[in-house]
Design a protein around this ligand. Sequence first.
Ligand SMILES: [Fe+2]
Ligand SMILES: [Fe+2]
Length: 147
Amino acid sequence: MIGDKNMINWSSDFATGVNIIDEQHKELFRIGNELSLMVVKTRNQDSSEQIKEKITELMAYTRYHFSTEEKLFIIYNYKFSEEHKLQHQDFIEYMNSFEFSNNVNEQLLNIKRLVNYIAKWIFTHIHDSDMKFVTTLSDKNIKELSN
Ligand SMILES: [Fe+2]
Ligand SMILES: [Fe+2]
């Protein structure tokens, strides 16, 4: 379950060295962390509308971030773009399939599960797949993208 250690906090472990990607990841972590804090604090249905809005915000920003990365795959002719894009798609589908329940307790449990899934997915995806992409860029490309 969500405890302090599982908060969605950005740290330099997640730095890819490519400015545009790192800035967007920080924003994703910021929204994810807000959501995670809301879920920890919530006790009742009062905050469920706010939580819904935060999930919608997170989804919108996630889509925007994925499209940025996917544009870079095309520009830099990334060899493993298809498998990376599939991971993005799976995540979007998982998020889209999330349903809000009318039962308060059930809903809170579902949202906790969702936030745990998001946290794990973001950590693993950045460490494995985003890093893999960045390592295929030459120093010249990275400088270009970091200006
Ligand atoms: Fe990615
Ligand atoms: Fe990413």
